[in-house]
Design a protein around this ligand. Structure first.
Ligand code: AMP
Length: 188
């Protein structure tokens, strides 16, 4: 059973690495950012409500996110596990997730923290060129990360769930380091 949370600042390569690992482990890659971007593109009610926060680099309010995560973790393709990318992003969201997992009789195996220095993050995001990758928005997203999300490192370290990985290496080296931590049964 592979159930993992990917933590790390914006631009750390969470999405890329989560995708590789989820394919290797045959579990769905659940990215709240991807779900929200798809909703914005499809102009759904969720997308319309979320768009302003996203383009400003701010967190979308919990009332838009929590039900979405509850619903997604209840889908059939999570039977072998899941890999969460971009959720939780605040201590409140982490507490919600703990309660939800208790309710559905699941637990998270590891929380992976991808460590990358700030200057590398900014240059990676500028290269990526996503809609919210403009310099000013990047600054806001890094501030939001420091204030809201970074406390999760101590939160999960305290629960003995945290594994830190150096994300400032070539992509394949990071993938390899992650694969070593995660003993997923690829025959699943
Ligand atoms: P990401 O792709 O994870 O960098 O997310 C892109 C944007 O989606 C973020 O800057 C937030 O505006 C929003 N978002 C994604 N996940 C969450 C979350 N767990 N809580 C609040 N907002 C989120």
């Amino acid at each position: 059973m592979t159930r993992l949370i990917f933590l790390g600042p914006p631009g750390a390569g969470k999405g890329t690495q989560a995708k590789v690992l989820s394919e290797n482990c045959n579990v769905p890659h659940i990215s709240t950012g991807d779900i929200l971007r798809a909703a914005v593109k499809a102009k759904t009610e969720l997308g319309q409500k979320a768009e302003g926060y996203m383009s400003a680099g701010k967190l979308v309010p919990d009332d838009l996110i929590l039900d979405l995560v509850r619903e997604r973790l209840g889908q059939e393709d999570t039977a072998n596990g899941w890999l969460l990318d971009g959720f939780p992003r605040t201590v409140e969201q982490a507490e919600f997730l703990n309660k939800l997992l208790d309710e559905i009789g699941q637990s998270c195996e590891f929380v992976i923290n991808l460590e990358v220095p700030d200057d590398v993050l900014v240059s990676r995001m500028l290269e990526r060129g996503r809609a919210d990758d403009k310099e000013e928005v990047i600054r806001t997203r890094l501030d939001v990360y420091r204030k809201e999300t970074e406390p999760l490192i101590a939160f999960y370290r305290g629960r003995q769930q945290l594994k830190s990985v150096d994300g400032n290496q070539l992509m394949d080296a990071v993938s390899e380091a992650l694969q070593k931590i995660v003993t997923c049964d690829i025959s699943d």
